[in-house]
Design a protein around this ligand. Sequence first.
Ligand code: 5AD
Ligand code: SF4
Length: 437
Amino acid sequence: MQANKIFIETYGCQMNEYDTELVKTILTQQDYTLVKEERQADIVMLNTCSVRENANRKIYGRIHEIRHERQGKPVLIGILGCMATNFRKALLDDPHLGIDFIAGPDSYKQLPTLIHEVSQQGQKSFDVTLSEFETYSDITPTRKDGVNAWLAIMRGCNNFCSFCVVPYTRGRERSRDPHNIVQEVEKLVQEGFTQVTLLGQNVNSYRYEDSDFTDLMKMVSDVKGIKRIRYTSPHPKDFPIKLLRLMAERPNICKQVHMPLQAGSNRILDKMNRTYTQAEFLNLVAQAREIIPNIAVSTDIIVGFPGETDEEFEDTVKVVEASQFDFAFIFKYSPRQNTLADRKYPDDVSAEEKARRTIRLNDVQRAISHQKNLAHVGEIHEVLIEQESSKKSPDDFKGRNDANKIVIFPAGPYKAGAYISIKITDATTNVLKGIPV
Ligand code: 5AD
Ligand code: SF4
């Protein structure tokens, strides 16, 4: 079968979004064309996430749905990304799923060959080899027209937090040459992007020869025309004072940081292998706020890690209250194959208890978020317009301020990608609202 119309669906984190953009370039450089809708495609790829069990479940459901919609008509289905590495055997062997090819996060350059093997030779194919070197620095992603450009500066993770599957699905840390990154940023400016978000599983563990993350940030910040630089996701262990000082000094480095706490109890932090204590974390947040007074801080938290007692959970609540995060992603612990936590500790916090803790923590955080957002009422923020409509209304536009908060304001003769001054007039837990001034 001559299959060349492709469609890719992306699940999971921004790194996956970015990888999809790489895959689009790799395939369109060969004889493949991108189509806008899944049903027009003869090759459908799902770029998958494995970080929690419900991400996996979603993918299985989606594969069945695609097969069902096609009602026996030929379509090749490929699995890319994090599920590929761990589930290669299960995915290929399950006759009900009917997966045709699989490519892990370091095998995207093999995709044309893998697809050729299935479509021309009728042979299921896979490559899930993890590389110590692949950074795709020679591939320019097919970016969506948009206001923000994602740019992966490093891949993989060496931390082995005990709950996390990423080191197994994405392999070891490796960083790109800073000069190559700067060249890409310069090109982005020429294409009209003014905001870049540097990406990595452990973005601030970046190291290339003598250059560390602070050195790289300085180089990127020096690129003329870049107005907003963000980065995600960092690890609290890699926040030297010099990085915070640089963030404070440079107007084009956004005053925003994602600082994953994960848990507030020292015993749980230790079992998680996070390498910091509660006090060290609180100290870091305080230091960041001292050096960059208006900094917005967001976080990730896991509730119900194996053995987490009620008291230990309350430690997390206390740290959340003390940290005054602007925003928090709260997850229920979900055991992942191969991880140390899964091998060593039974998943012994009940589903009900995890649900209760999630609700309790969400309530605490929502109150903090709302209060922090309300404190901005009356201020004037520079907003980068993202969408000429909002989720709730076509009469509103959506943008983000420097702190990465969503700002909603009445529609007008402005274009996505432009900056506009907005006076904040109201705020909810999740968004700021305002009017152009
Ligand atoms: N269970 C629940 N949440 C997890 N995360 C990572 N692994 C797990 C897991 N096994 C969360 C962490 C991480 C975010 C991306 O996903 O909070 O920071
Ligand atoms: Fe996972 Fe920890 Fe690495 Fe983040 S730092 S990707 S949570 S192992």
